[in-house]
Unconditional design. Structure first.
Length: 316
């Protein structure tokens, strides 16, 4: 009896909490009805929108493949300094990608306000994660390149992690602040995040031109994600037989999963380029002098050393 009373009071408190959250979100456009999506809704089916539901498994696929890749290449990640330094960022990002799939799935199936809020709330820190990751790499580079910071180089990982955590916290807090102040708060917030990620990527491409193609592909997938999501209903009006089945929302989810894979590939290529550059510079700095061949030693012994022209001119 006591347990029933406690559980009943707890459920009432949770319901009141969510009702309290509903008030500041009433002005937001969160797509909480099937008519907000172009795909034909099937009322008699468990999956009202089958393709928009199944496509969420792409996130789990991307996260699983990258976790398996990290595990299969664990010896490389342990031996190379850049891989060992950044492996936790790769694991965290891949886990977030994997865990986003059920959240997006529940939003598509239930059209519930709270799943929609959680979906948008996770989207913003995703871009914040990429931006903070790039800034953490800049912190690492600063400790390696600036002589003033060389004595703190052993603690560069902690400084980079603190900067990363601070930026992620600001990114996560920006969504509720922006959405409570303006109806387009989510669009403004995500736009600022995208601009920050683009500027960070341009900086790293300028530092390492070989990252140009991974950066272009990731930006292209991001553009596909945004454009196809915005044109979901427009494409259905232009050619309903195709885009009522394979909707713009469906293609935007594919582009979203692809861009997450390409983001991980961008940082993976960064680690490869940085490791190769560091190893080549180390080889140049400690390269031993070449040993003379036996033929060369015989020639040097037979030919007398010639005095410099300046010494001959001075009569020495």
């Amino acid at each position: 009896m006591l347990n029933d009373t406690i559980s009943g009071s707890c459920s009432t408190d949770v319901r009141l909490f969510f009702d309290y959250l509903r008030l500041p979100c009433a002005h937001l456009d969160l797509d909480l009805h099937p008519h907000h999506f172009a795909e034909t809704y099937r009322h008699n089916s468990i999956l009202g929108m089958p393709l928009n539901t199944v496509v969420n498994s792409a996130y789990s696929l991307v996260g699983t493949l990258w976790l398996l890749r990290i595990w299969s290449e664990r010896h490389k990640w342990r031996d190379h300094p850049y891989f060992s330094r950044l492996r936790y960022y790769f694991v965290m990002f891949a886990l977030v990608v994997f865990c986003y799939a059920p959240i997006s799935l529940m939003r598509t199936v239930t059209f519930n306000l709270y799943w929609a809020l959680l979906d948008q709330w996770m989207t913003v820190p995703w871009f914040g994660f990429v931006f903070a990751w790039g800034i953490a790499l800049i912190v690492y580079e600063a400790f390696e390149l600036l002589p003033q910071l060389s004595k703190y180089k052993s603690k560069s990982g902690w400084y980079a992690l603190m900067v990363f955590a601070a930026l992620i916290s600001l990114s996560a807090a920006s969504y509720p602040i922006a959405t409570m102040k303006h109806p387009l708060g989510f669009e403004i917030c995500i736009g600022l995040h995208v601009i920050g990620v683009l500027l960070m990527g341009i900086y790293h491409v300028y530092r390492k031109p070989s990252l140009r193609w991974p950066f272009i592909t990731a930006v292209s997938a991001c553009c596909g994600f945004i454009v196809m999501k915005q044109l979901d209903l427009v494409l259905a009006e232009l050619y309903a037989p195709l885009f009522r089945l394979f909707s713009g929302h469906f293609f935007s989810k594919l582009c979203d999963a692809l861009q997450l894979h390409l983001v991980l590939n961008f940082f993976y290529r960064y680690c490869i380029e940085s490791s190769s550059a560091q190893s080549s510079s180390a080889k140049r700095s400690v390269s031993p002098r070449r040993k003379k061949s036996p033929q060369r030693r015989i020639i040097d012994a037979a030919v007398p050393e010639v005095a410099p022209m300046s010494a001959i001119a001075s009569g020495r």
